[in-house]
Every structure is written in structure tokens, then in C-alpha cells.
Design a protein around this ligand. Structure first.
Ligand SMILES: [Mg+2]
Length: 235
């Protein structure tokens, strides 16, 4: 019997790429005002290269998007000629500007009514590799556990974020279902710890042949409750 539903966030409850692109533009404008050496001394190729340079120095940062983004900013500010203390402070301020803009997400149709309804029948949790925070979006009232790769230190599809959600709610993997858009991070990751999985395939993508399929597939959030009902769920 399913007792816990865990949700991916980015591209499952809202579309992400356009919001992140807009947030990056807002950050660049802010840097242009507040850290002019950054935009003056680093062209777009140099700025694009920063992420790989930082990951080459500290590969583990790929699991923690917040620390990675701050490190990339700090590295770029230093490379552009800002002194160390200034680079440190500007990186943190710049990240705060980015993070504000990163929360300008628009929920997919049915997202909030779905969470409200499901939370009456199941324990709900979030498991995200990204740095959007449901508390900042006023959605935390629906969730008993909020798990991020940033905080766990390793990203999906590793078992740790899934195990953290299961442990915090106190549910066995066999009584939990994960819902997400990513075949590997979400579906394969959930299976690896013994959870069931539902693939949110909004864009009607083909399933990657090398992975075993999810237990179910929906193309719209409104299909989740009927799917649960048809598959022995509580609602
Ligand atoms: Mg996702």
C-alpha cells in the first residue's frame, strides 16, 4: 500500500529552463552594475568556461548546485581582478540575486490542487537536485519532508536523497512512490532503493531503451490521481 509520495520539483511541478535562463540574465545585469570588472574582463566564452574550471578543481561540487554556483561566481570575480574578500562578498550577494529570480516559477496546471488533494491521503515529500525551495513558494504546507541534493551532499539518482526522504517520514521503500520527469535521476534512482516510480512525461518523450521503464507514465499532473486509483492507491 502506498503511504508516501515523493515529488521531484524542477520540470515536474514547474518548467525550469526558462526561469534559470532569466535568472542568469538578471544576475549578469547585476554584476555589470556591482562588479564591472567581471563583465569587462570576461567575455562570454570566458564566463562559460568558469563552470568546467571549478568542477575540474572540485568535482564533488556537481552534486551541490548552490555551492557550485557560488564557487563559479567567486572564481570568475577573482579571475576578473576583484580582490579576494570583495570576490567572496560579491559572489554571495550575486547568488542571492540569482536565487530570488530562480523562484519566479509558474506552477504547471493542476499542481497546487493536486498537492492539496494528495496531502489529505498520503504523506508527501520533495526530493530535488535543484535549489528552488518550496518554502519560498508557500508550498511547504503540503510536505512532511523537504530533501535537496544541496543538503544531502549527493544528487539523484544516488540512493541517499531517496533514503533521506523515506527515513524522515518513516516509510519503507516498498510503500513509497516517486514522481518525476527524469528517466535516470527520478525513475532509475527511485527503483534503485526499492521505491515504485511514476514518470511525468510532459513532452511525450520516448523512453530511453537502456533503462527499465517506470511503473507508470503520465503526461499531465491531472492524470496522477486517476493513475493512483487504478493502481491500488488511496485516492
Ligand atoms: Mg526534474
Amino acid at each position: 500500500m502506498i503511504q508516501l509520495l515523493t515529488f521531484d520539483l524542477d520540470n515536474t511541478l514547474w518548467e525550469t529552463e526558462s526561469v534559470v535562463q532569466a535568472a542568469e540574465k538578471i544576475l549578469l545585469n547585476w554584476l555589470d552594475q556591482q562588479a564591472p570588472l567581471f563583465t569587462r574582463n570576461l567575455d562570454s566564452d570566458a564566463r562559460r568556461a568558469l563552470r568546467q574550471q571549478v568542477l575540474a578543481m572540485d568535482p564533488e561540487l556537481r552534486h551541490r548546485v548552490t555551492d557550485l554556483r557560488i564557487a563559479v561566481l567567486r572564481h570568475g570575480l577573482l579571475q576578473a581582478g576583484h580582490p579576494e574578500a570583495e570576490a567572496e562578498a560579491l559572489a554571495l550577494q550575486g547568488f542571492a540575486v540569482f536565487l530570488d529570480a530562480r523562484h519566479a516559477v509558474e506552477l504547471f496546471p493542476h499542481a497546487e490542487s493536486l498537492l492539496a488533494e494528495l496531502s489529505k491521503h498520503y504523506a508527501l515529500a520533495t526530493i530535488s537536485n535543484g535549489n528552488a525551495d518550496v518554502r519560498r513558494l508557500g508550498l511547504d504546507k503540503y510536505f512532511q519532508a523537504i530533501v535537496s541534493a544541496d543538503e544531502v551532499g549527493i544528487s539523484k539518482p544516488a540512493p541517499e536523497p531517496f533514503m533521506a526522504a523515506l527515513e524522515r517520514v518513516g516509510v519503507e521503500p516498498g510503500n513509497a512512490l516517486h514522481i518525476g520527469d527524469h528517466p535516470s535521476d527520478d525513475v532509475h534512482g527511485a527503483r534503485s532503493v526499492g521505491m515504485a516510480s511514476l514518470w511525468f512525461n510532459r513532452l511525450n518523450a520516448p523512453w530511453p531503451e537502456e533503462l527499465s521503464p517506470a511503473d507508470g507514465e503520465v503526461k499531465c499532473l491531472s492524470e496522477i490521481q486517476p493513475w493512483l486509483k487504478a493502481n491500488g492507491g488511496k485516492s
